[in-house]
Design a protein around this ligand. Structure first.
Ligand code: CMP
Length: 505
């Protein structure tokens, strides 16, 4: 228990507080109360630092006022009290104006980084001014400031690096809060920017995890910003199909499948499919499409993959995977007999071959192969000396003169290449695929052997050949009279006969 004498002695040992000090104490007390009411509960932690400053102010003020300390010590604490008092006041003012009134600076578009920097600068200026006002020696202040700066620079190298990187980052603004970014190859690091502060940038990933990336790391990295320059980004789903499937079959099936809406896939720019690369045992395709909801990217990719599986499954195309086991499979899609029969049927549908004996059509089918062509590919070129005959099983071809003028279009069941085959002359025109085409290619020798047994058919074909030649001439500008046409057919027929006579069976 303190006796009344000792209490008096204690009071006597302390200078009575000045009006300003008491006024300051009361004013800050009211401010604390107001702040405690205004600041939301979850942000009350922000009051801790200024409260600490206020506490320091109180201690320093008491020491300053205590008579039993040496004058030099009391002078020093006068400065300390002034500095902490001013800092507490500045912090209170900051909380009221920036945090409460300006809603953390959002009202005037202040980023967290700028806010933190302004705050730091304000505190430094306030501390120096308060020290000066309390009579601190300018030279001593400069020396102390220099020493503190040197110490901080040395011990906080990394932090300062982050700070500088943070400032540069916000000046360059390669991304903003809300953007989706990736800064390395780790898929788990892809995230939405939730905060950029003076030290680090925080990303929220799809795994509901926060990744804290030091700004200095970001300053060195190549950053992918998925939501810039436009809020949409392109995705690519890869899949492999074996070489036995013609690319156009795969592309057609997939294109049809992805043209129907898929949740999350933007209709424009339209999704597409490309043959991306040739791999060791398969061809790799890529479905490319745009999405806007980057958060759902995995789910959208998955929907696209499912759509692919169904589309390819329907047309009997399987995905290809590297296989380590060797299966002995009964060929189903490559049944040679079925293929041969399909070819024989297609040949029998051609007018001038239709009325031939079954064995002859069969012999022709045996001497032919099936070939597929991609749109734009040239099957025969004007002037070439090849001699096969082509029968279109499916697709469309265009016939052009050597100068590039279109002469005719041929569809399923039509044939071409008969002119060179029957006359031995160079190809009269260029024939190219317009759509994906499947063609039966008849070997010249086998065809000649068979057709030689049907002289009347030669005449029939010569008629077709003459008409086609006339068409070519017409496209070249010549107007052939009927008589001339008949003459041409006549000479053509005799040319064909001569050619055949010269070719032993
Ligand atoms: P060939 O000359 O062997 O090679 C080019 C082919 O184009 C030719 O045989 C004909 O089969 C075909 N062709 C040329 N002109 C026409 C035409 N007017 N109409 C349809 N096909 C043609």
């Amino acid at each position: 228990m303190l006796s009344s004498q000792s209490l008096l002695a204690l009071v006597g040992a302390v200078d009575s507080p000045s009006l300003t000090t008491v006024g300051f104490g009361v004013a800050t007390l009211v401010a604390w109360f107001v702040l405690a009411v205004l600041i939301p509960k979850e942000h009350r932690g922000r009051l801790r630092l200024p409260l600490l400053m206020q506490g320091m102010w109180l201690i320093a003020t008491v020491i300053w006022a205590a008579k039993f300390f040496a004058v030099a010590t009391r002078d020093l604490f006068a400065v300390v009290s002034s500095v902490f008092g001013a800092l507490a006041l500045a912090r209170i003012g900051w909380l009221l104006v920036i945090d409460v009134f300006l809603q953390e600076g959002r009202r005037i578009g202040l980023s967290k980084l700028t806010r933190d920097l302004l705050h730091a600068v304000m505190l430094i200026i306030v501390a120096i001014s308060a020290a000066r006002a309390a009579g601190a020696d300018a030279q001593a202040l400069a020396t102390t400031g220099g020493l503190v700066t040197a110490g901080l620079t040395f011990s906080l190298q990394q932090t300062l690096g982050d700070l500088v990187a943070g400032i540069l980052l916000s000046a360059r603004a390669p991304f903003e809060v809300g953007d989706w970014v990736a800064y390395d190859d780790d898929r788990q690091h892809v995230g939405r920017v939730v905060e950029i502060n003076w030290r680090d940038t925080r990303l929220h990933t799809n795994d509901d995890v926060e990744v804290v990336v030091p700004n200095s790391t970001l300053a060195r990295a190549s950053i992918l910003v998925f939501t810039r320059p436009r809020p949409i980004s392109r995705r690519m789903v890869l899949f492999d199909v074996g070489y036995q499937h013609a690319p156009h079959d795969v592309v057609d099936a997939v294109r049809e499948a992805i043209n129907d809406p898929i949740s999350g896939v933007l209709p424009t720019p339209a999704p597409d499919v490309i043959l991306s690369s040739f791999e060791g045992s398969s061809m790799r395709y890529a479905v490319r499409f745009f999405i806007e909801d980057f958060l759902r990217r995995d789910a959208i990719d998955s929907d696209v993959r499912m759509r692919l599986w169904y589309a390819l499954h329907r047309v009997g195309i399987d995905f290809q995977f590297p296989r380590l086991d060797v299966d002995v499979l009964k060929p189903t899609t490559h049944d040679p007999e079925a293929k041969m029969q399909r070819r024989a049927d297609a040949l029998a549908r051609i007018d001038f071959l239709g009325k031939m004996a079954h064995e002859d059509v069969r012999a022709l089918a045996e001497a032919s192969r099936t070939r597929v062509f991609h749109p734009g590919e040239v099957v025969v070129r004007a002037g070439d000396t090849s001699t096969e005959l082509f029968v279109l099983a499916s697709g469309e071809c265009v016939v052009r003169t050597d100068t590039g003028r279109e002469v005719a279009r041929l569809g399923a069941g039509d044939f071409f290449g008969e002119m060179a085959l029957l006359t031995g002359e160079p190809r009269s025109a260029t024939v190219a695929a317009v759509t994906p085409c499947t063609l039966h290619v008849l070997q010249a020798d086998a065809f000649r052997t068979v057709i030689a047994r049907y002289p009347e058919k030669l005449e029939q074909v010569s008629q077709v050949v003459a008409e086609r030649q006339a068409e070519i001439e017409r496209r070249r500008g010549a107007d052939l009279s009927l008589q001339l046409k008949a003459q041409q057919q006549e000479t053509l027929l005799s040319r064909m006969r001569r050619y055949f006579a010269g070719k032993p069976e």
